[in-house]
Write a protein that binds this ligand. Structure first.
Ligand code: 13P
Length: 253
């Protein structure tokens, strides 16, 4: 049985005070109510990592980073290594987010190097894939996602130490969610692709999250799909009430 993940990607949002308040209320909720088989996961900005991992120490919360360097350690001003993240008890790290692909020109081969570095330090990559609007409209969604998977995972052996997030670019921050059927079609394709490359068991255990305008109003119908194992949530994860609402919705599935 795969867990359901409610993963918040805060991106470059929230002040220190707001992050502190969020973690205080989340800890209170997780300690008093718990989430059963639902895994709460937050990917905050690096500067709030200690706040985040302190909360994780006292609760069932898991923590992810939003980015990692492709290098081990050394003279790389402004970068954060997988070694540093691992020393702070960070468990997960996003790689291949479309904002990093588009705004910071990250290529599939750079993402591949980052995944290798994360695995070296025993962090679990959350590999983000997804097509643009024009790629979807020209019927190329499947081809684009398969191409990203094959290049980002080239020469990488996985075994229960990867998570994938399908995030159609046209649904991110636009208020336009993929329909549950559109999302399920790609999720199923991703699971089949993983099964062909790594075997049925790895595919059956692989968490595949959906991201793109997920909120408390549309989460339940997305989670009802057999191959959608959670949400990677931007805007709606910034508010503690909305985040807790989504944990509760996931628990009812
Ligand atoms: P939104 O939920 O704000 O659309 O962002 C999705 C996302 O990019 C999560 O990584």
């Amino acid at each position: 049985m795969r867990k359901i993940y409610i993963a918040g990607n805060w991106k470059m949002n929230l002040t220190f005070q707001a992050a502190d308040d969020f973690f205080f209320h989340l800890a209170e909720y997780l300690q008093s109510t718990g989430t059963g088989d639902v895994q709460a996961l937050i990917c905050p900005p690096f500067t709030y990592m200690e706040l985040a991992t302190d909360t994780a120490d006292q609760t069932s919360l898991s923590i992810g980073a939003q980015n990692v360097s492709q290098y081990d350690n050394g003279a790389f001003t402004g970068e954060i290594s997988a070694d540093i993240l691992s020393s702070m008890d960070v468990e997960y790290c996003l790689v291949g987010h479309s904002e990093r692909r588009q705004i910071f020109q990250e290529s599939d081969s750079l993402i591949n190097q980052k995944i290798q570095k994360l695995r070296k330090y025993f962090l679990i990559p959350i590999l983000c894939v997804g097509e643009s609007l024009s790629e979807r409209e020209s019927g190329k969604a499947v081809e684009v996602v398969q191409n990203q998977l094959s290049k980002c995972l080239e020469s990488i052996e996985i075994d229960n130490d990867l998570m994938i997030a399908y995030e159609p670019v046209w649904a991110i921050g636009t208020g336009k969610t993929a329909s549950p059927q559109q999302a399920e079609e790609i999720h199923k394709m991703i699971r089949d692709w993983i099964a062909a490359k790594y075997g049925e068991q790895v595919a059956a255990d692989l968490p595949i999250l959906y991201g793109g305008s997920v909120n408390p109003a549309n989460l339940a119908e997305l989670l009802a799909q057999p191959d959608i194992d959670g949400g990677l949530i931007g805007g709606a994860s910034l508010d503690i009430e909305s985040y807790i609402k989504m944990l509760k919705i996931a628990q009812k599935i």
